[in-house]
Design a protein around this ligand. Structure first.
Ligand SMILES: [Cu+2]
Length: 171
């Protein structure tokens, strides 16, 4: 009975450790506002897209893309982080319809935060799009590799299991 309790205890500790190391989704830096606002309609594209968060962001590896109803990119250049905001230049827009703003930033505490907003262009513009999303699937998706977390989880879990088995054998 005592042996079983030790084993179960080791497994519980292992699981807790695993979850502590796992990437937590989004309770860190929170988006508080955007320009254009989420769900808004505009008759002409704004020159820049800016997202503002509740706390300063880290400047490493921001991602901010704007994808049109034609599945082309409409942002121009790389995003920049300034304090609590991340922004990117926007091309003159093209077809009317729904544009998706995809973002990924790094919280002050080092955790990635990502999400998606939309706005609707009501009057088509004359702009020329950037690359097609479909030509660029790998770098455009969330982009954060999952495998390091899996490796850590497996190593931690395996280590915990070894300890549990050894405790069991010793008794
Ligand atoms: Cu965090």
């Amino acid at each position: 009975m005592r042996r079983l309790a030790l084993t179960l205890g080791a497994i519980v500790i292992t699981l807790l450790t695993t979850f502590a190391f796992a990437p937590t989704a989004s309770a860190h830096s929170a988006l508080v506002s955007s320009d254009p606002a989420d769900g808004s309609s505009v008759s002409a594209g704004p020159p820049t897209v800016t997202l503002t968060f509740n706390e300063p962001l880290q400047e490493s590896f921001p991602a901010l893309t704007v994808v049109g109803p034609d599945r082309n990119y409409w942002q121009d250049g790389e995003p920049t982080v300034t304090g609590r905001s991340v922004s990117t230049q926007l091309r003159e827009l093209g077809p009317a319809g729904e544009y998706l703003i995809n973002y990924r930033v790094t919280s002050a505490d080092g955790h990635p935060v990502e999400g998606q907003l939309t706005f609707t262009l009501t009057t088509a513009g004359q702009g020329t799009p950037g690359a097609s999303v479909d030509d660029d699937d790998e770098s455009s998706s969330s982009g954060i590799p999952v495998w390091p977390f899996i490796v850590v989880a497996v190593v931690v879990f395996g280590g915990g299991l070894a300890v549990a088995l050894r405790l069991q054998r010793r008794n």
